[in-house]
Design a protein around this ligand. Structure first.
Ligand code: ATP
Ligand code: MG
Ligand code: MG
Length: 571
């Protein structure tokens, strides 16, 4: 694994550790707590995407590097958008990326909804202490009185109602006496604050809705900005990392924890929020709403379509968890937003797969090559290294016979300048096989080449003495027509052809790459027939491919192109 690069968050942790800021803490059972506890807190309202992977690698990675721990927490406070299906896929994606919320023998999997009782209790305290009040304005009145950046807000006429009255209303809100929106619980801070988030933000609202975990127990639900700091403090989180758009929410995060610490609910040191730049990846979109649109309008084949930037999509495409971790390590974390080029993600993938992936031969655009002087019905075994840089991984073997498949574009009847592959009268080496000399071609009624003819030199076989007597410029790949695995291959490319598909409110559907998927029948080296789902190969001269994890069958894998060998998008 690469040495972790330094970044501003490591700097903060290092200086906290130097001051022993979080040293010597213990949990409620007296067990010692590590000095670094982070968390990954998704809302279970959709599939994770590559942006979340950055947050996962960051939070779990820091915990790993500082011998701390990272909590897996679901921020499930919005009952109408959340589902168990999303909880399951999120857990699966985090594990696939190589991380675990198991530390020692403890399972650090949490749900904000498990804190509903305590969140409620703390809200009652805030009311009693004069830090919160029930507002009975309509949503319109509240919006109108909120003011703007240029103008301070106006106090609600209910702002100074007695605490006892607020408490009674809040209890009746909980008891289900009111309809959605009739009342709301707000923190009492400052309607003139230049920070809009401090203008008496809502902390509880009425919502008569079924929750995927708490059922119909509650009809009031805590707001995200209220729940988040409290969940962090309950779990003894030290460094609460979030994306930059939450910077303006930090004063409220601190305000809540200070008030509750005064109330005896928490002890210092408190968790501290830090913001980092979210991942913006070119040629991709990561908005949940727009990804949903791609799925619902069947522009892609589901959430795990190999072109989707979702973790399930990336996984099916053939990305390795290590390549994603490598990518996240390389891009690092910064305090200002920027764009990361898709080429950087693909380069991390190539770097990871080049070492790992065994080689195989695949003919994607087949043309028949007939060796006229090869004995009918006979075959000769050829062999090639499983990996060119790792002889210890052994050899693969495959037969050569009279009829082969070659790539159609490895033949030109009338060669263009600099074309050194197959052409009438010319010689090439059939990689790992023999040198052949082209004798001509067959055409159909329209003049299309349907087969190429050649003669081989029996003493030219690769790996034998005689091979050195033949000097040829071209070296082409092939598979035996009688032995090849004929199977489906999906040639995937980037989903969008515009680096910023949804910038400036553009219609992202206009930026779709029409060539992002093509399905072909290809002829593969016979040994690939035994590939298992998720097995990856480098198909020589073509790129990296994976046996599709959904559609492959025993003896009949179908392959997805993960990425080409070279970046054809680089300018
Ligand atoms: P929502 O629109 O539902 O708020 P979200 O994209 O914020 O969606 P969450 O499920 O709340 O998704 O995100 C979980 C964590 O992942 C958060 O801490 C969030 O900051 C982080 N995250 C989300 N998108 C990115 C991104 N593009 N880059 C880095 N981190 C991200
Ligand atoms: Mg969110
Ligand atoms: Mg979001």
């Amino acid at each position: 694994a690469p040495a972790p690069a330094s970044n501003f968050l490591r700097g903060i942790i290092d200086s906290d550790n130097a001051e022993a800021k979080y040293a010597g803490r213990a949990d409620s059972s007296g067990a010692p707590l590590p000095a670094v506890i982070t968390r990954f807190p998704p809302e279970p309202n959709g599939y994770l995407h590559i942006g979340h992977a950055k947050s996962i690698c960051l939070n779990f990675g820091l915990a790993r590097d500082y011998a701390g721990r990272c909590h897996m927490r679901f921020d499930d406070t919005n009952p109408t958008k959340e589902e168990q299906e999303y909880v399951d896929t999120i857990l699966d994606s985090v594990q696939w990326l190589g991380f675990s919320w198991q530390h020692g023998n403890q399972d650090h999997l949490y749900y904000a909804s498990d804190y509903f009782d305590r969140l409620y209790e703390m809200a009652e305290y805030l009311i009693s202490a004069g830090h919160a009040y029930v507002d009975s304005q309509s949503a319109e009145e509240m919006a109108a009185n909120r003011g703007s950046f240029a103008e301070p807000g106006k106090d609600s006429p209910f702002r100074n109602r007695p605490a006892a009255e607020s408490l009674d209303l809040f209890r009746r809100m909980k008891a289900g006496e009111f309809k959605d929106g009739e009342h709301i619980l707000r923190a009492k801070i400052d309607m003139a604050s230049p920070n809009m988030n401090m203008r008496d933000p809502a902390i509880y609202r009425i919502r008569h809705a079924h929750h995927h975990r708490t059922g119909d127990k509650w009809c009031i639900y805590p707001m995200y900005d209220y729940t988040h700091p409290i969940s962090d403090a309950l779990e003894n989180i030290t460094h609460s990392l979030c994306t930059l758009e939450f910077q303006d929410h930090r004063p409220f995060y601190d305000w809540i924890l200070e008030r509750l610490t005064e109330g005896g609910f928490f002890r210092k040191p408190l968790p501290q929020q830090y913001e980092f730049a979210r991942l913006n990846l070119t040629y991709a979109i990561t908005s949940k709403r727009k990804l949903l649109q791609l799925v619902e309008e069947k522009i892609v084949d589901g959430w795990d379509d190999p072109r989707m930037p979702t973790i399930v999509g990336i996984r099916r495409r053939g990305y390795t968890p290590e390549s994603i971790q490598l990518f996240c390590e390389r891009i690092g974390v910064a305090k200002a937003d920027s764009w990361i080029d898709m080429g950087i993600l693909e380069a991390a993938l190539r770097d990871d797969l080049d070492e790992k992936a065994p080689r195989a031969v695949a003919v994607l655009n087949p043309l028949k090559l007939i060796i006229d002087n090869f004995p009918e019905g006979e075959t000769v075994a050829c062999s090639a290294p499983a990996h060119p840089h790792h002889p210890e991984r052994g050899n693969r073997s495959f037969p050569i016979g009279k009829e082969l498949w070659i790539e159609a574009d490895d033949f030109m009847e009338t060669p263009s300048k600099g074309f050194f592959r197959l052409t009438p009268g010319g010689r090439v080496r059939l990689r790992y096989g023999y040198v052949v000399e082209c004798t001509g071609c067959d055409k159909d009624g329209n003049g299309n080449v349907v087969a190429v003819h050649c003669d081989y030199f029996a003493d030219s076989k690769s790996g034998t003495e005689g091979a050195n007597n033949y000097k040829v410029k071209g070296n082409i790949h092939w598979v035996s027509a009688a032995h090849a695995l004929e199977t489906e291959v999906r040639l995937y490319d980037r989903l969008f052809s515009d680096p910023h598909p949804d910038a400036g409110g553009k219609d992202f559907k206009a930026a779709l790459n029409p060539d992002s998927k093509s399905v072909i029948t290809a002829y593969l080296e016979p040994g690939t027939a035994s590939a298992n789902a998720d097995d990856r190969f480098q198909f020589e001269r073509h790129g990296y491919f994976v046996a599709d994890r959904v559609d492959s069958r025993p003896g009949k894998p179908v392959f997805n192109r993960i990425v080409t060998l070279k970046d054809s998008w680089a300018k």
